[in-house]
Design a protein around this ligand. Structure first.
Ligand SMILES: *[C@@H]1O[C@H](CO)[C@@H](O)[C@H](O)[C@H]1NC(C)=O
Ligand SMILES: *[C@@H]1O[C@H](CO)[C@@H](O)[C@H](O)[C@H]1NC(C)=O
Ligand SMILES: *[C@@H]1O[C@H](CO)[C@@H](O)[C@H](O)[C@H]1NC(C)=O
Ligand SMILES: *[C@@H]1O[C@H](CO)[C@@H](O)[C@H](O)[C@H]1NC(C)=O
Ligand SMILES: *[C@@H]1O[C@H](CO)[C@@H](O)[C@H](O)[C@H]1NC(C)=O
Ligand SMILES: *[C@@H]1O[C@H](CO)[C@@H](O)[C@H](O)[C@H]1NC(C)=O
Ligand SMILES: *[C@@H]1O[C@H](CO)[C@@H](O)[C@H](O)[C@H]1NC(C)=O
Ligand SMILES: *[C@@H]1O[C@H](CO)[C@@H](O)[C@H](O)[C@H]1NC(C)=O
Ligand SMILES: *[C@@H]1O[C@H](CO)[C@@H](O)[C@H](O)[C@H]1NC(C)=O
Ligand SMILES: *[C@@H]1O[C@H](CO)[C@@H](O)[C@H](O)[C@H]1NC(C)=O
Ligand SMILES: *[C@@H]1O[C@H](CO)[C@@H](O)[C@H](O)[C@H]1NC(C)=O
Length: 324
């Protein structure tokens, strides 16, 4: 090789290293907002009525500094959008200040540009009056989705089943109707599921049986009828299970004894008759057990003496027989 060509190779290598350094240092420094994502946010803002001026910081170039917007330090993409109204909707279980809620809610149609923010990990639109007709199922990176108290008077959209990375889903305090769609059974990364205070008139719990990562389920006040499916015992990682205030009936399936990590079990205000399986004595981590206001007319199994971590036990308003 001649000296000229080896010098050229050197020069090229140096140039290459310099470029690499340039790329690396630009990822370390302050990355500011990506223009197309700023556009998307501006469109979202433009379609919302914001009486309390909550989005007044949404001006200027660097959307990463806007209130409620978070960007990745590495890529600059918008990864977080938090438009939660801190004043909760006064409904169902809340005793909140109505005028504060009204004043601070965002109103309007969430425009399709939301889907341009396709690196979002975290989306919280709760406690507003937004119509969300977008197919959120295409926001494939989502880990956290909170649409609680957003009056979504509809059924749970099937496309949510495409959010395979979702870990937290909160749809509580909406006026959701109809069944829990089968596609929810595909959210296998889910650890927290709150569907409380809805009106699933025609509900089936089976889709939940596949969600073996779940640690927290709240299905209180959801108009659920019928029996607890045996397969719910598959949810062996579950720590909190709330089924309060429904029309659930029949026995407690013995498979629930497999939920050995359970700390809180609330079956109150239903129409369970029993029997209570002796396997419940295997739930040795239980600290709170509420079976009150049901139609239990059975004995409490001796095995339940194993539950020595119990701090709260409510058996009131039943017809239990035998000795405790
Ligand atoms: C980022 O920008 C801010 C203000 O513009 C500055 O104070 C800070 O030092 C910068 N950080 C880095 C890592 O460059
Ligand atoms: C981004 O970097 C800042 C400063 O280094 C740090 O405080 C912040 O937690 C980082 N954010 C994320 C999302 O990693
Ligand atoms: C609600 O909050 C507003 C403003 O803070 C206050 O003026 C009003 O009295 C409160 N209403 C109630 C019922 O507490
Ligand atoms: C958003 O606002 C624009 C301009 O006001 C309007 O033309 C458009 O229909 C709105 N889109 C939605 C989805 O509401
Ligand atoms: C969601 O998945 C279904 C297949 O189960 C597919 O037909 C649909 O197009 C997907 N939707 C989105 C928004 O990705
Ligand atoms: C929900 O929608 C149904 C039918 O579209 C309507 O009859 C009902 O009044 C709505 N409920 C609320 C709370 O908006
Ligand atoms: C779901 O949202 C409601 C209302 O915002 C909140 O009270 C509740 O704690 C949330 N559930 C979970 C499990 O985080
Ligand atoms: C549940 O609600 C849907 C629509 O709101 C209705 O068509 C259906 O008949 C209802 N089912 C029951 C069992 O009430
Ligand atoms: C549970 O998962 C299996 C296989 O992964 C699938 O065949 C089945 O349909 C799923 N069941 C529900 C209720 O989603
Ligand atoms: C769950 O419990 C049932 C009956 O109590 C038992 O037959 C079954 O083997 C258990 N399943 C697992 C996966 O532990
Ligand atoms: C669960 O409880 C039943 C009945 O009390 C017992 O026979 C069984 O061995 C227990 N299973 C485990 C895994 O502890």
């Amino acid at each position: 090789m001649g000296t000229t060509s080896s010098a050229l190779v050197m020069l090229f290598a140096l140039f290459f290293i310099a470029r690499l350094e340039f790329i690396c240092s630009s990822t370390n420094s302050n990355v500011s907002c990506i223009a197309s994502e700023r556009e998307a946010l501006m469109k979202i803002k433009g379609n919302l009525t914001d009486e309390a001026n909550r989005l007044s910081s949404w001006v200027g170039k660097d959307c990463c500094t806007w209130k409620g917007v978070g960007c990745s330090n590495k890529t600059g993409h918008v990864v977080k959008l938090d438009l939660r109204n801190r004043f909760p909707r006064p409904s169902w279980s809340f005793s909140a200040n109505f005028s504060n809620f009204e004043m601070n809610k965002l109103i309007g149609q969430v425009c399709p540009s939301l889907l341009d923010l396709n690196h979002l990990h975290y989306l919280d639109l709760s406690m507003n009056d937004m119509q969300i007709s977008n197919s959120l199922g295409s926001l494939k990176s989502l880990r956290y989705l909170d649409l609680s108290g957003s009056i979504f008077n509809a059924t749970i959209p099937h496309h949510l089943g495409n959010l395979s990375r979702l870990q937290y889903l909160n749809l509580s305090n909406n006026y959701l109707r109809g069944p829990i769609p089968d596609t929810l059974g595909r959210l296998t990364s889910l650890t927290v599921l709150d569907l409380s205070s809805n009106n699933f008139n025609d509900s089936m719990l089976y889709p939940l049986c596949n969600l073996s990562s779940l640690v927290h389920i709240d299905l209180s006040r959801t108009s659920h009828r019928g029996a607890i499916p045996h397969c719910l015992g598959n949810l062996a990682s579950l720590s909190i299970l709330r089924l309060k205030t429904n029309y659930l009936q029949g026995p407690i399936p013995s498979e629930m004894g497999n939920m050995t990590q359970l700390k809180e079990l609330d079956l109150s205000l239903n129409v369970f008759q029993g029997p209570i399986p002796s396997e419940m004595g295997n739930m040795t981590q239980l600290t709170e057990l509420d079976l009150s206001s049901n139609a239990f007319a059975c004995e409490i199994p001796n095995s339940m003496r194993n539950l020595c971590n119990l701090r709260v036990l409510d058996l009131s308003n039943n017809m239990f027989t035998g000795k405790l």
